[in-house]
Write a protein that binds this ligand. Structure first.
Ligand SMILES: [Zn+2]
Length: 156
């Protein structure tokens, strides 16, 4: 888990100002709730934690805040091709991560995949391209699935 420091909050505040927006109490609640997330989280999980910090945070606040948080680089969106969109905090020293998704319970495992970054950079350098985004997704059976033949539907 990444811990929050005032520096994080200040740089997000600066980002908001650059967009003509203010750091409101609700936005601060959403921002602080980010740092309570164990790993991957959905908008709904973030909403619950934000509301426990500040009960005036609305669903609309969270949904409007998420794209801003992604754009500012605080969090990244993880598209695993499911209905629920997942988000994760951007750590400071980030090795490229690949996602392994259980085919039954949808649990997401992060694995370090530094070769992916290398691959993207190398291939595009050869073609004279600038990499903007790349993803690797592996679908697998989680340990519980392998043991029991099914898994509880809880998401991580
Ligand atoms: Zn599973």
């Amino acid at each position: 888990m990444v811990s929050m420091c005032n520096e994080n909050l200040e740089s997000f505040s600066d980002f908001l100002v650059s967009k003509g927006l203010r750091m409101t109490g609700q936005r601060k609640g959403v921002f602080e709730a980010l740092f309570k997330q164990p790993g991957h989280f959905t908008a709904e999980q973030l909403l619950q934690d934000a509301q426990s910090l500040d009960d005036t945070v609305s669903r609309a606040t969270v949904y409007r805040c998420l794209p801003l948080l992604v754009e500012s680089g605080v969090i990244r969106k993880i598209d695993v091709g499911q209905d629920n969109k997942y988000y994760a905090l951007n750590g400071s020293s980030e090795t490229f991560k690949a996602q392994v998704v259980c085919i039954d319970c949808d649990k997401i495992f992060d694995i370090d995949a530094p070769f992916m970054e290398w691959y993207g950079k190398n291939v595009s350098a050869k073609l004279g391209l600038d990499v903007k985004d790349q993803r690797l997704q592996v679908h697998a059976e989680c340990p519980q699935f392998r043991k029991q033949g099914n898994c509880s539907r809880s998401i991580n």
